[in-house]
Design a protein around this ligand. Structure first.
Ligand SMILES: Nc1ncnc2c1ncn2[C@@H]1O[C@H](COP(=O)(O)OP(=O)(O)OP(=O)(O)O)[C@@H](O)[C@H]1O
Length: 519
């Protein structure tokens, strides 16, 4: 379990050890120095009215306190740096995994769910792993220091009091297992909660126009309720553990006072020794409780790390089909258990151009997703490897970056750059190369995606309604470029209307009632 958590430090081991050890050393210094100064102050300086010793002790305490606090300030800053680096590493890794997930999974859960899996959970785990490692080492070193001080002041009293410790350990383990089970549930509800909330907020325009605010709010509050209930359950268990632990601590507090006071009555301890012992003993108890508290947290964290890594189990192996034609044989295609296309058989060979037609909801986009390799097909069917496919698929999406970055323009060969510049000029997008396509008009977005599709060297080109939202003049320009750039390549295109371009295709695939017929 520990190894799994330590692995999270990976590339930042040096920084992690610096933060952990520096913090633990400061804690150890404070644990040892505080009781000794207190004893010297009471027994030697105050009792003997030794002003010089008193002043020396005060000045020493002030310097030490300022020095240690300044040290803690720098450690806090490095700690945050470490957390940020770990979060960034893990989120980067998880983003890589996200893009390997089967489309079916991404489609089923939604992007909001994966924000939680890719960012929230790694951020939370990084924060907690650093916090926990720092706390464990701080508690361990403080415990050693405090125990040494207590034994030095009175080994008999210390021996009598250490009997309480095993009880606290037994309690912590009992509650640890409960919290592990709850952390799994918490992670899942948190991720689903994100996705559902995003869907509610996305209805901004819909809600205002159709006065749906109240219903949207009700739906959001229902989702919130489930999320808060799960938080409440985990909190309840943690609080129960905390309360029990505090009760045992109060009992220990009374015991130490009584036993140490008896030692003073019988003359085996000075008053300064009693105060120093109380200070040392409480540091020891706090360290023990600090350590004990880490057990349920450790179990909770370990469950979370497993959850993050479990995303990797879903990653799909890349398809390595060498097929250069598209063959579907009795394929049933859909999302999850629901089949939109029930029994589809056709073959489109290399260099053929296939127009796909059918009414709304007949499964045109679904079929294009299958041919692009996003929806699995049966074993008898085969399609080319996704690396040899270029596709404009609905809905159009853009990451936060310029059109230049989307096109990987600066990595292209000079001849490819020149051709792309001609395309963008004809599409009236050349002066928008450095703009974010997310803020383009609908027609401009469509043109940007056509340019993106044509910029990829592929064997199969797929276009889902490339002329939608495009002005009449631009349609000829777009179709002209598509025809020029895809000569001798396989093309699948969905068009609604635009009959004048139908003659550009030698195959026609009609979808209806879950079936396909090719002519
Ligand atoms: N992402 C999705 N998840 C689940 N079901 C979906 C998804 N997308 C589409 N569907 C279902 O698949 C059916 C076919 O949708 P599809 O988008 O393939 O139709 P289409 O022929 O392209 O329609 P249109 O002409 O309106 O674009 C729809 O009835 C819809 O319920």
């Amino acid at each position: 379990m520990l190894k799994k958590l330590v692995n999270l430090f990976q590339r930042h081991k040096k920084l992690a050890w610096f933060v952990i050890l520096a913090n633990a050393l400061i804690a150890l210094t404070k644990t040892v120095v505080d009781p000794i100064v207190l004893k010297l102050m009471v027994d030697d300086a105050l009792t003997n009215k030794n002003m010089d010793l008193f002043l020396i002790l005060v000045i020493l305490s002030v310097f030490l306190s300022v020095g240690l606090r300044t040290g803690l300030y720098f450690i806090a800053i490095y700690k945050q740096k470490l957390i940020n680096k770990m979060t960034s590493d893990k989120t980067g890794e998880m983003l890589g995994v996200y893009f390997q997930l089967p489309y079916q999974k991404v489609n089923e859960k939604g992007e909001g769910y994966y924000i939680s899996r890719v960012y929230d959970e790694p951020a939370k785990v990084s924060q907690q792993v650093v916090g926990l490692s720092v706390s464990v080492f701080e508690a361990m070193l403080s415990l050693v220091g405090a125990l040494a001080i207590c034994i030095y002041l009175s080994w008999e009293v210390t021996f009598a009091l250490l009997i309480i410790v095993p009880v606290l350990f037994a309690l912590s383990r009992k509650y640890g297992s409960k919290i592990v089970r709850l952390s799994e549930l918490e992670g899942e509800t948190q991720a689903s909660f994100r996705e559902d909330m995003i869907r509610c907020l996305e209805t901004y325009k819909l809600s205002r126009i159709f006065s749906l605010q109240q219903r949207v709010s009700q739906s959001a509050l229902r989702v919130l309720g489930t999320h808060l209930d799960s938080n409440y359950e985990r909190n309840k268990t943690s609080q129960a553990y905390q309360t029990l632990s505090n009760i045992f601590l109060s009992l220990a507090e009374s015991a130490v006072l009584v036993i140490a006071a008896l030692a003073v009555f019988f003359g085996s301890m000075t008053v300064g020794g009693l105060l120093a012992y109380m200070s040392g003993f409480w540091k020891m108890m706090n360290s023990i409780v600090g350590l004990v508290e880490q057990f349920p947290k450790l179990a909770h964290l370990s469950a979370f790390v497993d959850r993050i890594n479990s995303l990797k189990d879903d990653a799909e192996k890349p398809l390595t089909s060498v097929a250069n034609n598209v063959v579907l044989q009795h394929a049933a295609i859909g999302y999850g258990a629901e089949h939109i296309l029930k029994d589809v058989s056709f073959q489109v060979d290399k260099g053929e151009r296939c127009l796909i037609q059918g009414g709304n909801g007949s499964g045109k986009s679904t079929l294009l997703h299958a041919i692009s390799g996003f929806i699995p097909l049966n074993a008898e069917s085969h399609i080319p490897d996704q690396s040899r496919v270029s596709a404009l698929l609905a809905p159009l999406t853009f990451f936060k970056g310029s059109l230049r970055e989307h096109l990987k323009f600066d990595e292209l060969e000079p001849s490819a750059q020149m051709q792309l510049e001609c395309i963008l000029k004809d599409f009236d997008l050349l002066d928008k190369l450095d703009d974010d396509p997310q803020h383009f008009s609908e027609g401009q977005k469509r043109k940007a995606q056509v340019a993106l599709s044509l910029a990829k060297e592929a064997d199969v080109y797929i276009f889902d309604e490339p002329l939608a939202a495009v002005d009449t003049n631009s349609k000829d320009i777009i179709m002209g470029w598509i025809n020029r750039c895809t000569q001798n390549k396989t093309v699948f295109m969905v068009l609604h209307g635009d009959e004048k371009y139908h003659r550009d295709f030698n195959r026609h695939l009609a979808l209806s009632g879950g079936q396909a017929s090719l002519s």
